[in-house]
Design a binder for this molecule. Structure first.
Ligand SMILES: Cc1cc2nc3c(=O)[nH]c(=O)nc-3n(C[C@H](O)[C@H](O)[C@H](O)COP(=O)(O)OP(=O)(O)OC[C@H]3O[C@@H](n4cnc5c(N)ncnc54)[C@H](O)[C@@H]3O)c2cc1C
Length: 392
């Protein structure tokens, strides 16, 4: 069993790292790259995304007929990881979720309009599944899509919550109810985010990131902007969630959290004694390093299954749960180790470890929720992975 990447992939990784070194910028990259930069909100970040596109690094695994290179998905993985270690924004939803679903299920009009724009890095998406009564159980969504035969389309009314990029995205990838059947009653739509029927209200998370509530008031969507078949949206959403759980969750931010903690421990003292010589600290850091190695191996397992064209549902659930909870364990331990001063923010000059763990502590809570909570991942493992019957 070989855990090393092949030489051509390593060469690509070196190329990406050299590009990122040459394009270092505080406008685009987070100085403390222990948080995943998922949004491409500012003009500088959008310009950066176009630079990635110019190098042919967006949609590398897409079919050639849609502008891709039919490269192995391992290249996407290497790119995502390198970007995350530099605190640079991720290609994100367009290439991974929307693009791949349109390629598999979209009509020719959607393909012709969206795929070239995605691959050129020109277009951003918001993803709308969650609603006030439909979070973990997203299939309970109630956003109503009413048939309008006169205009040839659907009229959407209702509400979404937690739509992260709604305040700057160009298009909304949104699930709505076209019939009462729980799973076969959901249809996916693409709607321009500047539609006058939207009202967008901010929701600030504990991790200082903006998400949104979106209210729909008679939002008309033509038939051409239905994704795939009416009533098949839930199938497409599930496929895309499996993709999201690994394609959009690099291990880099967790590596960076631990790297920062090791650097702190290497130089800090407690009561005049070097922390690095404290046996309990050494034991704990070593355990976290072993846990990080487990995360890397779980991630490799997900990728290896995906490369065999299997949908790695169970592996992705294990990785998502382990990766996000490990990030939380590292942040929690940093606070315990550093003590009350760990609550100082990066702006405070005397903040230990550059104040990075104050935000990490808060942000890692969010990591364990977005994309499906840890409890839901464990339900997937228990039910679909181990075959245990549902308990309720
Ligand atoms: C920062 C952030 C960004 C997000 N971005 C988006 C986005 O862009 N688009 C989008 O559509 N959604 C987004 N979400 C929504 C996210 O997917 C949901 O928050 C998540 O699925 C949980 O749903 P909920 O918040 O309604 O919690 P609930 O489903 O109400 O869960 C509450 C608690 O109950 C537990 N629980 C629920 N059901 C079970 C069960 N069957 N077994 C055991 N425990 C259970 C949960 O684990 C959790 O601890 C985002 C969320 C966050 C926090």
């Amino acid at each position: 069993m070989d855990f090393e990447l092949p030489e051509d992939v390593l060469a690509f990784e070196r190329e990406v790292v050299a590009f990122l070194e040459a394009n270092r910028s505080d406008d685009v990259m987070d100085r403390n790259p222990e948080h995943l930069s998922q949004t491409v909100e500012t003009p500088a970040k959008r310009a950066f995304m176009r630079k990635l596109a110019e190098r042919g690094w967006l949609g590398m695994s897409w079919p050639k007929q849609y502008g891709g290179q039919e490269r192995s998905g391992i290249y996407d993985f290497v790119l995502t990881e390198a970007l995350s270690r530099f605190g640079a924004p991720q290609p994100g939803k367009g290439v991974g979720i929307v693009g791949k679903t349109i390629i598999r299920h979209g009509n020719e009009e959607l393909k012709a309009y969206f795929l070239p724009r995605i691959i050129r890095g020109e277009i951003e998406f918001a993803i709308g599944y969650s609603e006030p009564q439909a979070g973990s159980d997203a299939a309970s969504m109630q956003l109503k899509a009413t048939r309008d035969d006169v205009r040839g389309g659907y009229v959407l009314d209702g509400q979404k919550i937690w739509t992260t990029s709604a305040h700057f995205a160009d298009w909304y990838w949104v699930g709505a109810r076209t019939s009462e059947h729980k799973h076969k009653g959901i249809t996916l739509f693409l709607v321009p985010m500047n539609h006058p029927g939207f009202q967008i209200h901010p929701t600030w998370t504990i991790g200082d990131e903006r998400s949104n509530e979106v209210f729909f008031n008679s939002v008309f969507v033509p038939d051409s902007h239905v994704v795939g078949k009416v009533g098949e949206g839930w199938t497409y959403i599930c496929e895309a969630l499996d993709l999201e759980r690994f394609a959009m969750l690099p291990v880099g931010p967790v590596e960076m959290k631990l790297k920062g903690l090791i650097e702190y421990v290497s130089t800090a003292t407690l009561d005049g004694e070097p922390l690095a010589q404290d046996p309990v600290v050494r034991q704990t850091i070593a355990k976290l390093a072993a846990d990080l190695e487990v995360a890397r191996k779980l991630q490799r397992k997900v990728i290896s299954e995906a490369l065999k064209n299997r949908v790695p549902t169970i592996e992705a659930a294990m990785y998502k749960m382990w990766q996000s909870q490990l990030g939380q364990r590292i942040a929690n331990y940093a606070l315990e180790l550093i003590g009350p001063d760990a609550a100082l923010k990066p702006e405070a000059p005397e903040a230990p470890a550059g104040g990075r763990y104050e935000r990490s502590y808060r942000y890692t809570v969010v990591d364990t929720i977005g994309g499906g909570t840890s409890e839901i991942q464990r339900n997937i493992i228990a039910g679909r992975g181990l075959g245990l019957p549902k308990c309720f």
